[in-house]
Design a protein around this ligand. Structure first.
Ligand code: CTP
Length: 400
């Protein structure tokens, strides 16, 4: 997929810059030509020589370098690129990109290019979690910038958490994804995943044991087939899939708003285990136990139904609306009724009763319920179920 493609690889300041030569080698192994661009910060972590040696091309560093500019101006360099990859992408670089600065070669190239841009963030976990950083990333993703990682694990600063640059192999597959000519290329998909948490008071919540594995696997499978995927996910412990735009949410209300705000899309898959009820008048403070005080009686009210809302979205209704049905008894019968009630086109019914280990586990047994009837799928890994579903979605969208 990368044969003959020209990749501009911008290396910014971060310890992970030492992995840049490995990434260049992997890209070249796949047939890409790589022009390394080293920022001032990047040059503090890796000298240009190893990058140039592995790329087989000189490294571009300065904006006003008369010699390099006469060989190929920065505008031509930006236009010649089939993709721009920023790896590692420091917090500073992402902030400068979000604000459209053009005060060095890398940021100027990023403004001048029409090619897809992929960033692989790398920084301290606290910096990554900072609301300023997250706002910058959201701005970039809303503009169509693709992201790989960050991965979770031990960080150079001695802390642990999300902030590691993704492995070169993962970044490579995200780069390949930019050129994917799969059956869903040009299609857009919205996927919900994970649980929601509904506050009881300032410190407690109602939740469920959904791991997000099935929904995340579906988002990744759709992206692999070439779709542009927006994943709206509740709080989960698993990493975000690569090459997918992610909106993290906590409550059913937030998921509802993020999903309706994400329309129009070609297909919506609601795999989230959205809480059905929330506590009416949840307290901001902490409910006190207190001597002699009776346990609080929680008054519950229904949350908005995201799947039903998407299926009833009028002119913006996705062409295909797919839901799940978590059932513990009469799995198929309940799912058939649920499909009609919620207005979904397809419903994947799964048995989540005790002993099935569907909730939180790695495998799933599903029945596909459509207007034409019901199909039992064999028990399989959630990733395999996701692949089967993604291919079925591709065939359905191909039909006129
Ligand atoms: N769903 C949703 N919003 C909700 C509740 C559920 O979008 N507030 C979606 C789920 O993502 C799933 C489908 O609806 O795709 C069915 O979820 P399920 O929990 O099986 O159904 P419920 O609506 O909770 O119905 P019941 O409790 O009667 O089984």
């Amino acid at each position: 997929m990368l044969t003959g493609r020209r990749i501009l690889l911008i290396v910014t300041g971060g310890v992970a810059a030492y992995k840049a030569p490995v990434l260049i080698r992997r890209l070249r192994d796949k047939g890409a030509a790589v022009t390394p661009v080293l920022t001032e910060g990047g040059a503090r972590f890796i000298p240009p020589l190893p990058l140039a040696a592995v790329a087989g091309e000189p490294v571009r560093q300065a904006l006003f370098d008369a010699e390099a500019e006469s060989a190929m101006s920065h505008i031509d360099l930006a236009r010649a690129a089939d993709a721009v990859v920023v790896a590692p992408a420091s917090a500073d670089m992402l902030a400068r990109m979000a604000h459209g600065l053009a005060d060095d070669l890398a940021t100027t190239l990023l403004l001048a290019t029409d090619a897809p841009v992929l960033v692989a963030p790398a920084m301290n976990a606290g910096m990554w979690a900072h609301s300023a950083m997250q706002a910058n990333m959201a701005t970039l993703e809303a503009r169509g910038v693709h992201r790989a990682g960050p991965a979770e694990g031990d960080l150079a600063c001695g802390e642990t958490g999300p902030g590691r640059m993704e492995a070169p192999e993962t970044i490579l597959s995200a780069v390949e994804g930019l050129f994917a000519a799969g059956p869903l290329a040009g299609r857009t998909a919205l996927v919900t995943s994970g649980p929601t948490q509904e506050p009881v008071d300032g410190v407690r919540y109602l939740g469920n044991r959904s791991s997000g594995r099935q929904g995340h696997a579906i988002a990744a499978a759709l992206a692999r087939l070439g779709a542009t995927v927006h994943l709206v996910r509740g709080p989960v412990a698993i990493p975000d899939p690569p090459g997918v735009r992610v909106t993290p949410v906590t409550t059913a209300d937030e998921m509802h708003a993020a999903c309706l705000g994400g329309l129009p899309v070609d297909v919506a898959v609601c795999a989230a285990a959205v809480a059905d009820w929330r506590v009416a008048d949840a307290d901001d403070g902490k409910l006190k136990k207190g001597a002699g005080r009776a346990p609080p009686a929680l008054r519950l009210e229904e949350t908005p139904d995201v799947l039903s809302a998407l299926a009833a979205a009028g002119p913006h209704r996705p062409r295909l609306v797919v839901g799940f049905a978590a059932e513990t008894e009469s799995v198929v019968d309940n799912a058939v009724a649920k499909r009609a009630r919620k207005g979904a086109d397809w419903l994947l019914a799964n048995d989540v009763s005790a002993g099935t280990e569907t909730f939180g586990g790695a495998a799933n047994t599903v029945h596909l319920v459509t207007a034409d009837g019901t199909e039992a799928w064999p028990r399989d890994a959630k990733t395999a179920v996701a692949d089967t579903l993604a291919h079925r979605i591709a065939s359905a969208l191909e039909a006129p």
